[in-house]
Design a protein around this ligand. Structure first.
Ligand code: PMP
Length: 391
């Protein structure tokens, strides 16, 4: 039997590097003392009051269909939350509720892009972006994030990547995996290019709660960009709610009904009890989100203090987000080989940088999703293993 060509475009080039994660999970299941720092899934539980809100909602019988774009009360709460974060005034008419940011990216891409279009992606690039763009038939075009610039881009590189086919720029701030946060200079370059060439800006801000170096900066802080910007975010990281699958799209009101049709085909509405929990999180969960931020900031400081200049390896201190990039180039090994051997020999699971593109061939991504004592133990094991390679 034959499959549609899309099945090949959905197969991300970086997916192979995830086999370290699969192996680490297998070892854990066998009882091996693996410290698992591969995936960006918070180790902390979803805050109790949010869980209680969902349970109370279930008991109230909130278990039926809901509107494709989300319930009006939640759309309004998301609009208010977005306004408080960004300063952009929006209403429920700008909001679509989706099953996590990933679903938001897919629905947005399907409504904005098609075969023949080019989309600017910044490389290293989050693993699912290329398959999402590929699904639409559009072609990804890479602009390098330069390690020597702290994984920021050179505006000249962005300008050089634009062609008459360019239709959109997809950015992620704070960035997974680099931790770089969009700077005012980068935003200025993006604003200039997108306005001059009439481009969409799709901005993935799932890590906006984790801004350490300076306040989070979104393209929508520039009013002239509102008509061309789609912001995508979710509760996954900021409230430790990855499994609840609750995210949103903030877009010009003309785009929202098209997204609604797409969601009617994909989802047919999000579970009402999850929407009630989300409403609680966004209207009353500020303390929990703040707590989450300070936890990750402290973990980032702890790991970076240990690995920054650890002899045979070093790390890149992230400006935001939940990850630290570990540079293993001095060991002479690539991230993939280092990751597999580290897992087998030292029982620490890190994600090879190859998952995010060729620029990170000599890096691994360490996810800050373990308590302090485990992170310290993991850093010691990584250092010990790396030093054994260069003796
Ligand atoms: N974008 C980025 C950059 C991510 O890192 C992730 C999750 N790892 C997602 C989107 C998907 O998030 P969600 O759980 O909200 O679908």
């Amino acid at each position: 039997m034959q499959y549609a060509k899309i099945v090949h475009r959905l197969d991300g080039a970086g997916y192979k590097a995830w086999d370290v994660h699969g192996k680490a999970k297998e070892m854990l299941a066998r009882g091996v003392d693996v410290i698992l720092l591969t995936i960006g899934d918070p180790d902390v539980a979803t805050p109790g009051p949010i869980v209680d809100a969902a349970v109370a909602s279930l008991h109230k019988g909130r278990t039926h269909y809901t509107p494709s774009l989300g319930e009006m009360s939640l759309r309004s709460a998301i609009a208010a939350y977005h306004t408080s974060l960004s300063g952009q005034t929006v209403t429920s008419a700008n909001v679509a509720v989706v099953a996590g940011a990933q679903c938001g990216l897919f629905a947005t891409a399907m409504c904005l892009l098609e075969a023949g279009d080019e989309v600017i992606l910044f490389e290293p690039v989050y693993s699912t972006y290329e398959p999402v763009i590929g699904a639409t038939g559009a072609t990804p075009v890479h602009v390098k994030l330069r390690p020597e610039l702290g994984f920021h881009f050179d505006p000249a590189d962005l300008a050089a990547a634009i062609t008459p086919r360019t239709r959109a720029i997809l950015l992620n701030t704070p960035n997974n995996p680099t931790g770089a946060m969009l700077s005012p200079e980068e935003l200025e370059a993006i604003a200039e290019v997108s306005t001059r060439h009439d481009l969409w800006l799709i901005t993935d801000e799932v890590y906006s709660n984790f801004a350490y170096a300076r306040p989070h900066l979104s393209p929508v802080t520039i009013p002239a960009l509102h008509e061309r910007t789609v912001v995508i975010s979710s509760l996954s990281k900021s409230y430790a709610m990855t499994g609840w699958r609750l995210g949103w799209i903030i877009a010009p009101p003309t785009l929202i009904p098209y997204i609604g049709n797409m969601l009617a085909c994909m989802l047919f509405g999000q579970p009402p009890f999850i929407q009630d929990a989300a409403f609680y999180a966004l209207t009353q969960g500020e303390t929990e989100a703040e707590q989450m931020r300070s936890t990750y900031r402290a973990r980032r400081d702890l790991v970076c203090a240990t690995l920054q200049n650890a002899g045979s390896i070093c790390c890149h201190a992230p400006e935001g987000g939940m990850y630290v990039l570990v540079d293993v180039s001095r060991t002479g090994m690539g991230g993939y080989e280092f990751g597999h051997r580290l897992l087998q020999e030292a029982h620490v699971g890190l994600l090879p940088g190859e998952a995010f593109g060729p620029s990170l061939n000599h890096y691994l991504r360490l996810s800050l999703t373990a308590p302090d004592d485990q992170l310290v133990e993991a850093c010691q094991r990584i250092q010990h293993f790396a030093n054994s390679l260069v003796q």
